[in-house]
Design a protein around this ligand. Structure first.
Ligand SMILES: [Fe+2]
Ligand SMILES: [Fe+2]
Length: 181
């Protein structure tokens, strides 16, 4: 059965995948509306930095992976090691996206965003189908509930209520501009 903490991470995966689909749609405007695409690029980079990296990867690294390590899953070499490596790579791609936005280099932005997208889709797939299944087997319901509480505190400290609302509003705005995939 699915625990409360892994369920929360799965919903965040859905939100991230949804935003990556929006990226694909928004990329279609790059040639005809360069200023619009640059603005989207800046917003997307901010979203990924705060939501995907600080909030979501923060929950995984600081809590879920730790709980799994405490239950005997190796931190290095195994699936957790691979996930950590991919989070690190994701951070590097986000940094490249931020630099490209600063330089107003749309081609570089698209390249970095494409690398990020192609990293994250299979990363999420691996977590959903392998890592979280393993976590649900190892971590009982009470411990998952406790972890979920820590997730909420983490979310409050890195995002906060106000910004959470803003991120939702931003996704909604993108859907209106680029279509709801
Ligand atoms: Fe992850
Ligand atoms: Fe994840």
């Amino acid at each position: 059965m699915m625990g409360k903490a892994t369920q929360d991470l799965r919903s965040e995966h859905d939100a991230i995948l949804h935003v990556l689909d929006i990226l694909d749609r928004a990329s279609a405007i790059r040639e005809k509306d360069q200023a619009g695409f640059l603005k989207f690029g800046g917003e997307l980079t901010g979203f990924l930095k705060i939501f995907a990296d600080k909030c979501h990867h923060g929950k995984e690294e600081n809590f879920l992976f730790e709980e799994m390590v405490q239950r005997g899953v190796p931190k290095e070499g195994g699936p957790i090691g691979v996930m950590l490596q991919e989070h690190k790579l994701g951070r590097e791609y986000i940094a490249l996206m931020a630099t490209a936005v600063e330089l107003k280099d749309l081609a570089k932005f698209s390249e970095a965003a494409g690398m990020y997208r192609d990293l994250l889709r299979p990363h999420i797939e691996k977590e959903n189908t392998v890592l979280f299944v393993m976590a649900d087997r190892l971590i009982d319901e009470a411990a998952q509930d406790e972890m979920f509480e820590k997730f909420e505190q983490h979310e409050e400290s890195v995002i906060g209520h106000g910004v959470h609302e803003e991120l939702h509003a931003m996704i909604h705005k993108w859907e209106e501009e680029y279509g709801n995939p």
